[in-house]
Write a protein that binds this ligand. Structure first.
Ligand code: XIL
Length: 371
């Protein structure tokens, strides 16, 4: 009897302590400066959100996201494979939850993405006629963009239509619909979503050749009398190798076209890579050197990462009149896609918060860029 009582009391004490430590870390999170508040007068601060975060499975994570970010992009759930799984079937459950999440926490949602060559529904592989691709293209944009008009703040209407040399990527859309598919996507989006900002998004489009291709696309859309409001530079870069000059030149050249500039998927890779960019179709084979920091990031790399983020945010602030949003591709290092791409199961450290949502030196450097 006494033993039983003691066991219950011990359990209560343990639970109490666990709760106290939860409270303690929640209270600590409130003392960390807020990115969204710090850059309030400059540009929006966004993050990518995964299923668990949208489902609010961890209340502490939800509070953390709401305190740090005022814009969000779904990491996967609005991609066509997930939102449009069958020819006549749409699955809006998670996207609707995301809209509710944004409303509740005062976070603007960027829809990602209407037209992309990757993460397409499986049924597309069985389609081999121009008519059917055209029907999918039209139905998809009309249905999804109109459902969320006025509910999402913006859409990445087309994602990654360009090759590195600035020519058009040989996607299923280019193959069946020809060069004009990008303009046509914007035309359809404009009709379906008159209250939503419309963007073109790509990686490496700060690089001169790809940038030139991107500028041509934007000019073409505008020349057709179709609306395009902004261009997204994804910003998947590498530690110690941030192309600051190209980024600055791109901000200036894109802004000169009269479109808003944003950095839409920012992360800085610290792991070995034998190519640059973010072509999701590209992979690397693992070897003994490919996962060098399984337990912790060495100080020297941590310092370089912090310096890189500092330089980037100084540049962003210098051009804050042209930049409307900076979005990180993930909340913390544990969430990052770079743990699984281009090699599965690595330990990467590309963001401002560590695996426990603790700010890294890079976070404080970024905060300190605001005078
Ligand atoms: C990535 C997601 O982060 C992964 O979870 C998914 O497996 C593949 O796609 N460019 C984009 C994003 O526009 O949609 C990609 O997101 C990363 C590269």
């Amino acid at each position: 009897m006494l033993l039983k009582k003691l066991a219950i009391t011990t359990r209560t004490a343990v639970l109490l302590l666990a709760n106290l430590s939860l409270l303690h870390s929640a209270a600590l999170a409130q003392t960390i400066p807020s990115l969204r508040d710090t850059f309030k007068k400059d540009f929006g601060i966004g993050t990518a959100l995964n299923n668990a975060q949208i489902n609010e499975t961890n209340p502490q994570t939800t509070a953390f996201i709401a305190r740090q970010f005022n814009m969000a992009t779904p990491e996967n759930i609005m991609k066509s494979a997930l939102i449009h799984p069958g020819w006549d079937t749409y699955d809006f459950e998670m996207a609707d939850k995301l809209i509710a999440f944004g409303k509740k926490h005062d976070i603007k949602i960027n829809g990602h993405t209407l037209i992309w060559h990757s993460q397409l529904p499986a049924f597309i592989r069985g389609i081999h006629s121009k008519d059917s691709i055209q029907t999918f293209f039209t139905n998809h944009i009309k249905t999804v963009a109109s459902r969320y008009d006025g509910k999402v703040f913006s859409w990445d209407v087309v994602n990654e239509a360009l090759n590195e040399d600035g020519t058009m990527r040989k996607s299923v859309f280019l193959q069946y619909l020809g060069d004009d598919f990008v303009t046509e996507a914007f035309r359809l989006a404009q009709q379906a979503a008159p209250k939503t900002e419309l963007y073109y998004n790509d990686y490496n489009n700060e690089q001169p050749k790809k940038r030139a291709g991107c500028i041509d696309l934007i000019r073409k859309i505008k020349a057709a009398g179709v609306r395009i409001d902004g261009v997204g530079i994804q910003g998947h870069w590498h530690v110690g190798r941030i192309p600051l000059k190209d980024i600055e030149e791109s901000i200036l050249q894109y802004a000169a076209l009269g479109v808003k500039v944003m950095f839409t998927e920012l992360d800085i890779e610290v792991l070995p890579r034998n190519f640059q960019g973010a072509d999701v179709g590209q992979r690397m084979t693992a070897n003994a050197q490919s996962n060098p920091y399984p337990t912790a990031l060495p100080d020297s790399v941590q310092t370089q990462l912090a310096a890189d983020y500092e330089a980037l945010f100084k540049l962003f602030l210098k051009h804050k009149d042209k930049i409307t949003r900076v979005t990180f591709w993930g909340v913390n290092d544990g969430d990052s896609w770079l743990n699984n791409w281009p090699i599965r199961g690595r330990t990467s450290y590309p963001l401002l918060f560590d695996r426990k949502d603790q700010p890294k030196p890079a976070f404080y450097k970024v905060i300190a860029t605001v005078k």
